[in-house]
Design a protein around this ligand. Structure first.
Ligand code: NAG
Ligand code: NAG
Ligand code: NAG
Ligand code: NAG
Ligand code: NAG
Ligand code: NAG
Ligand code: NAG
Ligand code: NAG
Ligand code: NAG
Ligand code: NAG
Ligand code: NAG
Length: 470
């Protein structure tokens, strides 16, 4: 089914296939809308462009005065991208329903009548980072390539002192092409002064625990184990959207699935064009229901609500803890890793800074008691920093997630709401106590690699897995 739709899409686009970036510029782009939709990015399930964590208590992300950085770790997501093949095909199937509608569309969908051009002009762009070469409007400010470059410059601004006299260092990336490309653009944007070796770590299950994507090696992992719980959440907001659009357009038979596809269409079109008219379809309440459903499913698929979520995340949290403990011995002081949102969600679930500590409710949207906002944690271009710094004779740890300090709440009495290193080690060990990734995930069935070693053996191994399009 999906491949049939893809073939149709490829065929229908072939005539108009662009041969150069310049030809891709949309003739009908409404440039006045570009940059005007940022208020809704937090509601779009982490598929819209990057944004900073929306809630801050005003704690500066720079290390407190009188303290000096000792180490920084980054766990980052790839930048803005096109939809995956699977989501892209679903969006296209909804687009075709509109394109094949017998008369002009009315109401919120009427923009389609005005020579609307579908935002995926080339099926080869599915899965890819958005870059200056594949976007549809040169003033789109949300290009994944540019996001990585800006992030690199901000990184230098805040952390360059840690690089010290060291101009050669590694950047770790999974071998997914869009993740790799993000790491590559980030590395290049650090400037010629730096000689980066990209260490490309295989996502294949044969990597076992020695990976940035340990969920892939966990072949017993069951994302939908809590389906009986989250499927109780209302889908009325989806039927409302479909009914409203069908009422405006008699005979247009949009379904709940089409309504879901419209949210993805809205988000990914912004990554490509800088704006999307589809976003105007939704009411504020519908956006909130959609965002919470995404939080719920993330929590039960990959977060603390899944029986193996934090266990899988402990692979990277344990390695992070080890890097912190060895900060004096290790020559490298900046440990930069790029991967996918799912892996960061697993990792954050092990750390616990967004763990609500109780099962997330499915019978209402908890507006006030709600810490687990998935899109706030892992928007496109997400960046989770672990800072280690010294103040007088003590070392302290804290997290900065998408530019905002997120304290380990019960261990935050250090300067800048940080946690003293030895207390942090105790905290981390108690969080991971009982997690045994290797046995729980039956890693021996696919791999003999039972611990994460790449941060320590990359100089000998020179990881260089072939890139994959997923
Ligand atoms: C109508 O739908 C078919 C696929 O079912 C698609 O190939 C075609 O491009 C659509 N037409 C328009 C104008 O969207
Ligand atoms: C950089 O090199 C200078 C001179 O060799 C040395 O004094 C300084 O400690 C080095 N800085 C770092 C951060 O290694
Ligand atoms: C760059 O780093 C590589 C190791 O990754 C090293 O072999 C090479 O000599 C370095 N080049 C320069 C100019 O420092
Ligand atoms: C995952 O869990 C659900 C709910 O218990 C179950 O129905 C499903 O069969 C499981 N999937 C696998 C692959 O075990
Ligand atoms: C919508 O559904 C009705 C009733 O099922 C059907 O008669 C009509 O042809 C459908 N319209 C389209 C455009 O598919
Ligand atoms: C945690 O890290 C240590 C040190 O690298 C390693 O010996 C241990 O196997 C790791 N534990 C897990 C569960 O990965
Ligand atoms: C740090 O300094 C204080 C007072 O100068 C001292 O009491 C404490 O033991 C020192 N801590 C460490 C870890 O050296
Ligand atoms: C780990 O859990 C066991 C059993 O619950 C407990 O006895 C032990 O103190 C815990 N260890 C840490 C480091 O929290
Ligand atoms: C993996 O280990 C388990 C117990 O630890 C054992 O029962 C199983 O046979 C092992 N599987 C393989 C493929 O070695
Ligand atoms: C793990 O398996 C790989 C490939 O099967 C093999 O080359 C390697 O020697 C094994 N490593 C260990 C420590 O057994
Ligand atoms: C990785 O490096 C090894 C050793 O240099 C080489 O044999 C292998 O072909 C390389 N793999 C890729 C995918 O480049």
């Amino acid at each position: 089914m999906l491949s049939a739709i893809l073939a149709l899409l490829a065929a229908s686009l072939a005539e108009a296939a662009p041969t150069s970036a310049a030809q891709q510029i949309l003739s009908q782009a409404d440039v006045s809308k570009i940059g005007k939709q940022e208020d809704i990015f937090p509601y779009l399930a982490g598929s819209a462009p990057h944004f900073s964590y929306p809630l801050s208590y005003g704690i500066p992300k720079d290390v407190p005065e009188q303290c000096t950085l000792q180490q920084v770790q980054l766990f980052a997501r790839h930048g803005e991208r096109y939809p995956t093949q699977s989501v892209g095909s679903k969006i296209a199937s909804t687009y075709y329903k509109l394109g094949n509608y017998s008369s002009d569309l009315s109401g919120a969908l009427s923009f389609i009548n005005n020579d609307y051009e579908f935002f995926v002009q080339d099926a080869n762009n599915f899965e890819e980072l958005t870059t200056w070469d594949n976007i549809l409007d040169p003033i789109n400010p949300y290009v994944g390539e540019w996001d990585a470059q800006k992030h690199a410059r901000e990184f230098l601004y805040q952390y360059e002192e840690l690089l010290g006299n060291k101009t050669s260092f590694p950047i770790f990336t999974s071998n997914s092409k869009r993740v790799h490309d993000t790491a590559k653009f980030f590395g290049k944007a650090l400037g010629d002064k730096y000689n980066i070796s990209l260490q490309i770590i295989d996502e294949d299950p044969s990597s076992g625990a020695n990976t940035l994507t340990p969920i892939d090696s966990c072949t017993v992992y069951n994302e939908t184990e809590k389906a009986a719980v989250y499927s109780k959440f209302t889908d009325k907001y989806l039927t409302d959207i479909a009914h409203r659009l069908n009422d405006e357009n008699k005979g247009l038979n949009l379904t709940k699935s089409d309504a879901t596809n419209l949210f993805s269409w809205c988000a990914y079109e912004i990554n490509v064009k800088g704006y999307s008219n589809v976003c105007d379809v939704f009411t504020a309440d519908e956006l909130t229901y959609f965002a919470y459903y995404d939080d719920l499913t993330s929590y039960y698929y990959h977060g603390p609500g899944n029986s193996l979520g934090p266990t899988v995340g402990s692979v990277n949290f344990n390695a992070s803890l080890e890097l912190l403990k060895q900060h004096e011995q290790l020559d490298n002081k900046a440990w930069l890793s790029f991967t996918h949102d799912t892996n960061i969600v697993n990792y954050l679930g092990s750390i616990g800074i967004f763990d609500p500590g109780h099962a997330m409710p499915v019978d209402y949207v908890p507006i006030k008691d709600h810490i687990y906002h998935k899109s706030w944690m892992v928007p496109q271009g997400a960046r989770v920093y672990t800072q280690l710094y010294q103040c007088s004779n003590q070392s302290y740890v804290r997290y900065v997630v998408n530019d905002v300090v997120i304290p380990v709440e019960k261990c935050s009495s250090g300067p800048g709401f940080s946690c003293e290193l030895n207390s942090f080690i105790d905290y981390a060990q108690s969080r991971m106590n009982g997690s045994n990734y290797v046995s729980a995930c039956k890693i021996n069935s696919s791999s003999n690699q039972t611990s994460l070693t790449f941060y320590w053996d990359y100089e000998q191994k020179q990881y260089n897995a072939s890139l994959i399009h997923k």
